[in-house]
Structure formats: structure tokens, C-alpha cells
Ligand binder design. Structure first.
Ligand SMILES: *Cc1c(COP(=O)(O)O)cnc(C)c1O
Length: 406
């Protein structure tokens, strides 16, 4: 007999570092998912900015099935065709000429920080070890990446932390200028802070960071784990900002839902990793790379990237129309399909309720920071899915608004 599992099973057998919703999705198609009871949801969350082509896109299924009949895993003792093809494609699409594959955003950042440290040590000596990061930044959950991240609560409570990490306020070029020195080996930032609340850099800040990194021979690392692979309407967000990093990390949407991540860089930095300096068992896995190649080929098309911008505008317009009736948002942030709607003070405390109620009304949303509703759907979400999702979201908002009136 098959084991019957429910949300209660989670509390029974899972390490409780998450507190998932009550419903359990069992099926997805496009921007719709269905739970164990057959209830339908519009997916405005996209698996937290991962499902770029929605659920079970035919292109992804074909790539996965084709590769499934060829070879699944060979380790890095051998290379494989899907990894080489994907690396070639990524170098064609970006500033990079070298690619390192791994399995998660945290691992890509771990590789980036280690590479920056090794480059600085090889080139300038071991005094140059400072990594500058920014408040509210999120870079992953390994001890190194969580320590570089800008949320102390995530990094505290695990004993001694890696040293040589400084946190400064985002979008404050003067503070960076006052602090950066020849001891700085790297500056790392998200070209839009995602988990921190969908915060875009000013052009003064982003250009200033690049100039200061050049002046002090510091490696500029862009964490594009959330902004990358078309999410903002540019293939990578740096391309829309006109500022090129030295190292770029990417994960989330690159595999459209299959776990894969990568670190992109140039020959100048890449040559400081030699056989044995860094590694991974699963990174560059043929199945993952075959799926990611299909996803990247699709989402790098100009018409798909243009579609991201158009859909982003439609959703923001829809949120503004809802706001005219309920006055719950005070600002809209983000770019393309990484949308943040900032809640007014009254609504901040109702955020948890709104999140849950949206689910009850059949739409999946996200939050970010302490006061932001985040929407990050598939790049190919249809007009009807957008309007249906907004309608359900409005129903949840109306329920809360009417309740507080009575
Ligand atoms: C999600 C995220 C990460 C962490 O990625 P994992 O795959 O969970 O390790 C790192 N950086 C940014 C900007 C992210 O959004």
C-alpha cells in the first residue's frame, strides 16, 4: 500500500527549518498548480523566482526525457556534452569566458567568495582579504555565505564565523568610498536586493561601486541568483544597468525548476582555481545541464525577454488598480517580473494573514523583507492567468479590508 502523506507528516518527519503552507501541491501546468484535493492555484510565486517557464513546460520535459535515456551522471573525472554546450551558451550571452557549475545559489556564491580570496592572495598577498557586502543582502545559507549576507539573525548562533567580512548600507556610495581600501578583496551585491525587499540600486551607486573596485583592485561580484536569467527583462540584470561585474553567480531560474547553479567569470580570475582548488560531485550534472540549456535557449530569446517587461507592467497596473480601492500599497519596486509592492503601515501587520488568505482564494504570492509583497511568476504566464490571479488576490484583500471595517 502507498504511504498517505499530509501536511501533518511534515511536522512528524521533517527538520523544522521551514513552516510550509497547509496545502501540498501535487501537479503543475504553466502558471497553475493543484493541491492534493484538486484545488487550483494561480502561481504568482514561481517557486520563489525559479519556474521561469512555468510548470512542466514541454521544452523542459523533452530535454529531461531525452537526456534521461542517455547518461545521468559521470562525475567531474569526465566532462559531458550538456555541460559544455550550456557553458558555451552562457559565455556567448554574457561578459564571461569561463563557467563553474554547481547546484545551488549558496554554492555558487561560496565558489565566488573563495575565488575572489584566492585571486587576491595569489596576486596581492594575504593582507588583501576583506569582503564588503551590504545590509539586508542574501547570499545563501552556508556558514560563509550566510556570514557575508546582511541579516545577522541568519548568521548568529552557529559559533565562530569566517572573518574579514564588512557590512555597509546599500545605495550609499559615500560610506563605501570612506571604507574601501587596498585590503578589500571583493565587493558583493545583488543588482536588485531580493530577499531584502526588492531594492534597486541607484545608477550613482552601481557605477560608483564599479569605479571603486577598479581603483582598489577589488573583485566585483554580482549575485544574480534571483535577478538572473531573464527575471528583470534583461538576460542578466547587469546588462540593463550597464555595469559589468568580474564574477557573476546565477541559480534559481537557470534550470527552470531543476537544481543547478553557476559562477561566471573571466579568464583573469578563473585561472586562480586549479584542479583540486575547488570542486563538486554533482556540479555540471548532465541531466541538470540538459534541462538548463533548453531553458536558457528559450528565455534568452528577445521576444521572451520583451514578454517579461510587458507582463511585469501588466501586473503592476493590476496592483495599482486594486490599490485605488483598498490603499494597501505605498510604492512599487523591482523590474520585469521581480515585483515588490510595499505595504502601508496598517497592512504590514496583516501581511501574514494576507499571504495565507491569498492561498485560500487560490493564488500563490510571496513576501520579501518585512513589508513587501513579492510577485515573481513565470515569464510565459498568460493574460488570463494574470487577470485571474489578480482577481483572487483582490478577493483576499477585500475580505481583510471588509473585516476590519465591521
Ligand atoms: C535564493 C538566493 C540565494 C540562495 O540560493 P540557494 O539556492 O537557496 O542556495 C543566494 N542569493 C540570492 C540573491 C538569492 O535570491
Amino acid at each position: 500500500m502507498e504511504t498517505k502523506v499530509t501536511r501533518a507528516t511534515f511536522d512528524e518527519v521533517m527538520v523544522p527549518c521551514f513552516s510550509p503552507m497547509q496545502m501540498i501541491p501535487v501537479k503543475g501546468k504553466g502558471s497553475k498548480v493543484w493541491d492534493q484535493n484538486g484545488k487550483e492555484y494561480i502561481d504568482f510565486a514561481g517557486g520563489i523566482a525559479v519556474s521561469a517557464l512555468g510548470h512542466c513546460h514541454p521544452i523542459m520535459i523533452k530535454a529531461l526525457e531525452d537526456q534521461a535515456h542517455k547518461v545521468w551522471h559521470v562525475s567531474n573525472v569526465m566532462t559531458n556534452e550538456p555541460a559544455l554546450k550550456l557553458a558555451k551558451k552562457l559565455t556567448e550571452l554574457t561578459f564571461a569566458d569561463k563557467v563553474f557549475f554547481c547546484n545551488s545559489g549558496g554554492e555558487a556564491n561560496e565558489a565566488a567568495f573563495k575565488l575572489a580570496r584566492r585571486y587576491a592572495l595569489d596576486t596581492f598577498g594575504d593582507e588583501k582579504d576583506e569582503i564588503i557586502a551590504f545590509d539586508k543582502a542574501f547570499h545563501g545559507r552556508t556558514l560563509f555565505t550566510v556570514s557575508v549576507g546582511g541579516k545577522k539573525v541568519y548568521a548568529d548562533g552557529f559559533g565562530p564565523k569566517p572573518m574579514g567580512i564588512t557590512h555597509l548600507p546599500y545605495n550609499d556610495i559615500d560610506t563605501l568610498k570612506a571604507h574601501i581600501s587596498e585590503k578589500t578583496c571583493a565587493v558583493v551585491l545583488e543588482p536588485i536586493q531580493g530577499e531584502g525587499g526588492i531594492i534597486s540600486p541607484t545608477s550613482e551607486f552601481i557605477q560608483g561601486v564599479r569605479a571603486l573596485c577598479d581603483q582598489y583592485h577589488a573583485v566585483l561580484i554580482f549575485d544574480e541568483v534571483q535577478t538572473g536569467n531573464g527575471r528583470t527583462g534583461d538576460f542578466y540584470a547587469y546588462q540593463g544597468l550597464g555595469v559589468t561585474p568580474d564574477i557573476l553567480t546565477t541559480a534559481k531560474s537557470i534550470g527552470g525548476g531543476f537544481p543547478i547553479a553557476s559562477m561566471l567569470t573571466t579568464e583573469k580570475f578563473a585561472c586562480h582555481f586549479k584542479p583540486g582548488t575547488h570542486g563538486t560531485t554533482f556540479g555540471g550534472n548532465p541531466l541538470a545541464c540538459a534541462v538548463a540549456l533548453a531553458v536558457v535557449n528559450q528565455i534568452s530569446k528577445p521576444e521572451v525577454l520583451e514578454g517579461v517587461k510587458i507582463r511585469g507592467q501588466k501586473i503592476v497596473q493590476g496592483l495599482k488598480a486594486i490599490n485605488e480601492k483598498y490603499h494597501l500599497f505605498k510604492a512599487y519596486r523591482g523590474k520585469g517580473l521581480l515585483i515588490g509592492a510595499v505595504l502601508t503601515e496598517d497592512w504590514v501587520e496583516k501581511r501574514g494573514e494576507l499571504f495565507n488568505l491569498a492561498g485560500d482564494y487560490g493564488v500563490l504570492i510571496l513576501t520579501a523583507g518585512s513589508d513587501v509583497i513579492r510577485i515573481a511568476p513565470s515569464y510565459v504566464i498568460s493574460d488570463t492567468e494574470i487577470s485571474e490571479g489578480l482577481k483572487r488576490f483582490e478577493q483576499a484583500i477585500a475580505f481583510i479590508a471588509n473585516k476590519s471595517l465591521s
